[in-house]
Each structure stands twice: as C-alpha cells, then as structure tokens.
Design a protein around this ligand. Sequence first.
Ligand SMILES: [Fe+2]
Ligand SMILES: [Fe+2]
Ligand SMILES: [Fe+2]
Ligand SMILES: [Fe+2]
Length: 418
Amino acid sequence: MTVNPFEIKPVTFEKTVSCLSSIYPKPYRKEEVDPYTKLRIILMNGTEYEAIWFSHRFFRQCNNNDLRRSLALLRSTEQQQQKLLSCLKPLNESILETTIGYEHLAVDLTSTLAKREKNQYVKAALDFALLEDFDHLYRYANLLEFDQGIQAEKLIGKLAEIMPGRPTVAEHRFPADDVKNFVDFNNADMLTKLNIAIITAAEQQTMNYYMNIAQFYSNDLGRKIYSEIGLIEEEHVTLYGSLSDTNKTFLENLLMHEYNEAYLYYSCYQSESDSKIKRIWEENFEKEIQHLHTAAQLLRTYEKKDYLEVIPKPEFDDLLVLSPSVDYVRETIKNTIENTGNNEGYISVNELPKEHRFFDYNNRVLGNVNEAPTHIIIDKHIEDFGKDYRYEVKNYPIDGLGDRKCDNTQIARIPSKS
Ligand SMILES: [Fe+2]
Ligand SMILES: [Fe+2]
Ligand SMILES: [Fe+2]
Ligand SMILES: [Fe+2]
C-alpha cells in the first residue's frame, strides 16, 4: 500500500511537544546494535540538523512575524527530535567509532541513492563523492586499529568493504571545480529531488561533525586527519548543495524539507529491525506529518500555492532501504577512480592539461604529500603491523591500490602518463 502523507490526518502542535524525560532515550548497545540502525540514527540526526538550520536561515530573511512565529514553533520540535536522536549514541562509543558509522553511512547511502538515480548528472555526482568517502572509511579504520586496536569490520558488520578509494590526498581540488549545475526541479523526478536533499543533509552532518570534534580527538595525528578529511567534506557539501534548484522560494523549500523528513522517517520505520527504535521512527513520522501539513498551509497562505505545484506526486513510491553495495563500489572504482572535478563536469586526471588549476591547488594544500596525515596513518600502520588494515572480500579491483605495504599517493593526483 502506498502512503500519501498529505492524506494522513495530522496531530495538533501540542501533541508534537515532548517532555524532557522523553527526549533522553535509552541508548542502543554498541555491542549488539544492527549497523544499519546506527546508520539510520546518524542519517536522521543530520536530517534534523538541516531542518533546523534551513529554518534559521529562512527566519532571518523573513520580514513577517506571523510567519516567523510559525517557523519558531516548527523548529522547536525539530530540535526536540534532534536531541532525542543524538543521545541514542551510547556513552561508551568513542568519537572514532562514531566516525566509522558516519563514513559507512556515506558509502552505503551514496551507493543506494546512486543505484536508483535516473538523472545521469546527479548519479555522476554521487559516484564521484562515493569513492572519496569510501577512502575516508579506510583511513579512519586504520587509525582505529592503530590507536584503539579495534577492527572496523566488526563495527560495520562486514556490510561494506574497507580498502582504499580515490586516495584522500587526490581529493584536494580547486574549490570552483566542485560547483555543478543546479537541477530544474520542475522537470525532475521526485526521487531525484529526494536524493539531492538526503545526501546534502548527510554530507553536511559529516562536515559539521568533523568541524566540531577534530579538536577533541586524543592525539595530534588524529586531530590532523579529522582536519584533512573535514576539508573534503566541505567539497562534498558544495558539490551536492550545488545540485539543488536555486529558483525555489523559502516556503517551497520548507515544504520539500518537511516532505523529505516524513519520507525518511517512514522509510526508517519500514526497514527497522529494533522494535524500540522502530517506535521512535513512528513517533517522529507523526510529528513530520504535522510539520508537512503546516508547511503546506503556510505555502497556501503566503504564496497562494498548492502543495501539488511543488510535489505533484506525493505518494511514497520507493522507500529508502540501506543495503550493502560491494559490487557497485568495485565497479565505480574500476570506471572512475582517476576522475577529478573540472568546472561543472568530471575528467580523468590523466586528461587534464599540465597547467590545470587542480595541480597547483592540490600541491598548495598538501605541501609535501608524504606529510599528509591521511597518508601518514597508513605508513604508520604498515610500520607497526606489517601491512595496512583492510577488509576485502576479494582482490582489489584495479592495479595501483592493491599493495598493502605501500600507500599510493600518485593515483588520481599525478597523470599516469607523465
Ligand atoms: Fe524533524
Ligand atoms: Fe567522508
Ligand atoms: Fe563526504
Ligand atoms: Fe520537520
């Protein structure tokens, strides 16, 4: 049965307000939790974060206090939702263990979205950043074993492989080369609009997380790795943020945000295995129905537009179901590992002219590539353990990144012909 969220009767605003005790939940147990439950929690925490900051930006650009009061009401409950989700993380889960969840989400969410994306331009963006987050997972996993003796495959339940992607040192691009064309939402599939909204919020959450926790990591190398990878997350948020239709009004955007939240909570509810967490998804879905109907009402009142003009087909047809993407990632590595950004497109680094701004910028940021923190951690791991940390189901898919005793800092950064 397909669900149309506009046909569900909303609860009142009062019913969406929680008391303090109910926004401090019993955390999951890190030893037992389904890795995808953890990923859904990270995803929805990031989605709430986006809802809140979008609302603040709207609020500050808005000169109508009635509308500003409505936004404040909505936002207060988004905050309550975010508080509840963030404290599902248990006390004994470290910054770095949580980080493995962030990058695992980036890998399996991005590939899940890429696989269902029909717009080839949007799919190319997803494929492009996928290989970069895939590499981040590998670098952090090496830090995890090096610092804490924990194997990341246990945290991710062997749902994804852990091995190099496009090496992080090759990801430092001239910032203008992450700015892509925006998609015309009037002629786009609902799923394309959702995919862009979902991935932008998720990458933004990762960016924010690294912005806030790099300094709390317990040693210099770890702090440097967070800073280096954090710069790449800025690139990813630019990349994905550029795809969103710039011609939509704040109120149209608000409606899309609420619709996306409702869609995601409903998707989480349908795929959740933990009954307590499932109940949380359900309760939050009910809150989002209230938000969605409020947003539709605000759009009608202030812009005289019907929600169908923004969301012509509101039924939830394809729900988001996170799933392993081992083969998909391997294929993407084979086809696009050497790509970099070039204005609004992508190009193999082997085809870039020598004087392309990529090379100068990349060298400026790295200084000496051998001192790049994401490279040093692999070197140190090899020194101590005899090889890097990986979890592979079979041989590495291409030449150049299969050697576990030497970290390749050239591929996708230096043209292979030269
Ligand atoms: Fe929300
Ligand atoms: Fe990442
Ligand atoms: Fe990312
Ligand atoms: Fe909401």
